[in-house]
Design a protein around this ligand. Structure first.
Ligand SMILES: [Zn+2]
Length: 185
């Protein structure tokens, strides 16, 4: 997401959850699926008393089970958002996107400037994006490991699907519009 700061600021303004930052951080520290780096990021970025947005998890059934158990334990409800994208479009985007060496912001092919808008860093193609085998492996992992997770939450009525085909700005707008009622619930 290009306007990640805007999106985070937007989410921060919304109503608070019952669990405190300490409670959430403690629970997340006990999750083996979180890397040390993830935990550090979480501790640093989790705002006091705010609602939380997890990006890219759970993506395996085992993670979904720990996640569900954690939500039950904390007495918190959740909604999953799945950005649906045709594999051909996903491959086309992966092979043409560039990433800032400095702040790791992601830029689609439509952004033709050489430097990052946010920090002026150099934009490069990520090694594993340039590699078709790596892309195929990631898509295979998605089909085999993540699709069952989506099905699990769909059965529970906890999934909102968003079409990822339009331009980033449109998808971002739809995401924010979709999440507003969820965050205000
Ligand atoms: Zn940058």
């Amino acid at each position: 997401m290009q306007n990640i700061k805007g999106a985070i600021d937007h989410f921060k303004q919304h109503q608070t959850y019952p669990a405190t930052k300490e409670e959430l951080a403690k629970e997340c520290n006990e999750l083996s699926d979180f890397s040390a780096e993830d935990k550090q990021w979480f501790m640093k970025n989790l705002p006091e008393g705010s609602r939380v947005l997890f990006d890219g998890i759970p993506r395996k059934m085992e993670q979904a089970e720990s996640f569900d158990a954690l939500m039950v334990k904390l007495g918190r409800d959740f909604t999953g958002v799945v950005i649906e994208l045709d594999e051909t479009v996903a491959i086309q985007r992966l092979t043409t996107r560039r990433i800032c060496e400095g702040c790791k912001a992601v830029y689609p092919a439509e952004y033709t400037k050489k430097a990052c808008e946010a920090c002026g860093g150099k934009l490069v193609i990520r090694n594993d994006d340039a590699n078709m085998e790596s892309i195929q492996n990631r898509l295979k992992a998605y089909r085999e490991e993540t699709v069952p997770v989506v099905a699990h939450y769909k059965n529970l009525g906890k999934i909102i699907e968003v079409d990822g085909t339009p331009a980033i700005e449109t998808v971002t707008h739809v995401l924010v519009e979709t999440l507003d009622p969820v965050f205000l619930r």
